[in-house]
Structure formats: structure tokens, C-alpha cells
Design a protein around this ligand. Structure first.
Ligand SMILES: [Zn+2]
Length: 254
């Protein structure tokens, strides 16, 4: 079995969607004027921004725009990477988690949302936002909008609120599989259809058969996609061998 979730397979997926006649829009573009046969590539950059940069370059090579959502925490927020990605024509959006960071304090969270948005907007024209799932927190970041409207902050779209997932097919790579969203409590879209694919190859097949719906949102977390597993795994094995060797040597010297 070929390894899934590599950039090579990601490229094949995008090429299959292009062959199937889809156009690609940023989420902001989709909110402004949704295409009839269209794909929104959404990337929640939870961590490791360098992976996002690699994905952004690949999409740019194919002439495709995507939307990259950055958190304000150190693991994600890297202005140099963000500028590079924006320079390739991609959208930069805010992956917010202010309610979790504020430990559920609504007023503090709203202030923090505004402050963080202003910080990003000093550099990028941030028009859309999507919530971070904060799996370790008891706070659901979406609850921020129970008392306020994100449109008051100039945000024109939040996928969880603004996309009708009974018509737009939502595919997310949760757990490095495309049918894993049932196990993720928060990254689940309301009204969503049953999963149609497990492996990326399944989606490619459906695209080439013309069996996919006309509007799709694909949420690919860049840190889950890389080509570097093999060197990394070999490094790990090499390190283990070294450690075993060291122990043998140590035992002999004892
Ligand atoms: Zn996230």
C-alpha cells in the first residue's frame, strides 16, 4: 500500500479536481461570489508553519489559490511564512481560539479576538476566520458568537456558520483519513453528508468518475502532509541502533 497524505498524493488530488473541471476559490472569494463548480482549499495551520509553506508553493505551481488559517500561538504564527504564502496569492485568515485562551471569559475573549485580528490586519487583509477546535479545552471557540456577530469585526465568513454543508461537501483529513471526522467532536459540520472516502485515492477516483458534488471544501492540515516521513523514520531507527550500540559498548566497558 502506498503511503497516503504525502504532497505527491496531494498534487494528484488537485490535478484530478482540475481534470474534473473544478475551479478553485479562496474562502473569501467563495463568500463574495461562489462558483458553480468550485473547490475551496482550506488549511488550518495548527502548528509547523513550514509545512504550510510547502503546500502553498505546490498549489501556486498549479495556479490554485487556497485559504490559510493561522493561530496566534507560537506554534503557528510565523509572519515570515505568512507573508511568503500571501505573496503566492493565497488568502490569510484567522484561526481563532480566543475563548479557550481566555478560559471562557466572553468579554476578555472578544477583546482578544479584536486585538489579534488587528495585529494580523496590520500586514494582511484578513476577511475570514474559522475556529480552532481546541481539543484539550472545555471551551468551544464558536460560542464567542452567541452574543456578538463576527461581521461586526469585518469578518465576511466563518465556515461553521456560513457554509451549508448539506450542499457543499466537506472533506477533512482529521486523523489522517477522510472519514475520521466522526471521532472529532468539534470539527464536524452541521448537516454534513456521510463520508464518502477514507483514502485520498478514493477522492481522486470519485473526482475522475465525475461523482463528486459541484461544491467542495477540502480542509487539509498542512502538518499532516509531508514527504519527509521516510528520512525521519530512518533517522529514528538509526538513533535506536546507535543507542543500543552505546549500551552494548557501555556494558562491555563496565
Ligand atoms: Zn485548528
Amino acid at each position: 500500500m502506498n503511503r497516503d497524505f504525502t504532497l505527491t498524493i496531494y498534487r494528484r488530488l488537485l490535478e484530478a479536481l482540475l481534470d474534473a473541471g473544478y475551479s478553485f476559490q479562496t474562502f473569501a472569494g467563495f463568500m463574495e461570489a461562489a462558483g458553480d463548480r468550485t473547490v475551496v482549499l482550506r488549511h488550518d495551520v495548527d502548528k509547523r508553519p513550514a509545512f504550510a509553506a510547502a503546500m502553498a508553493r505546490l498549489e501556486h505551481e498549479l495556479g490554485l489559490p487556497a485559504s490559510y488559517y493561522f493561530r496566534v500561538v507560537e506554534a503557528s504564527y510565523d509572519e515570515r511564512v505568512m507573508q511568503g504564502i500571501a505573496g503566492l496569492g493565497h488568502e490569510i485568515g484567522y484561526h481563532y481560539e480566543d475563548l479557550a485562551l481566555a478560559n471562557g471569559d466572553m468579554a476578555t475573549a472578544l477583546q482578544s479576538f479584536q486585538r489579534n485580528l488587528e495585529r494580523m490586519r496590520a500586514i494582511f487583509p484578513v476577511k475570514t476566520a474559522c475556529m480552532h477546535g481546541s481539543p484539550l479545552s472545555r471551551w468551544d471557540n464558536r460560542s464567542l458568537w452567541q452574543s456578538r456577530d463576527y461581521r461586526d469585526f469585518g469578518i465576511i465568513g466563518e465556515p461553521y456558520y456560513d457554509i451549508d454543508f448539506s450542499t457543499v461537501l466537506y472533506l477533512t483529513d482529521t486523523g489522517r483519513r477522510w472519514d475520521g471526522d466522526r471521532v472529532n467532536v468539534r470539527d464536524r459540520a452541521q448537516g454534513q453528508r456521510a463520508s464518502i472516502a477514507r483514502r485520498t485515492g478514493d477522492i481522486i477516483k470519485l473526482a475522475l468518475q465525475g461523482s463528486l458534488p459541484s461544491q467542495l471544501m477540502i480542509n487539509a492540515h498542512p502538518q499532516r502532509w509531508s514527504e519527509t516521513f521516510l528520512p525521519w523514520a530512518m533517522e529514528l531507527v538509526a538513533q535506536n541502533i546507535k543507542n543500543i550500540a552505546k549500551r552494548i559498548v557501555a556494558r562491555r566497558q563496565a
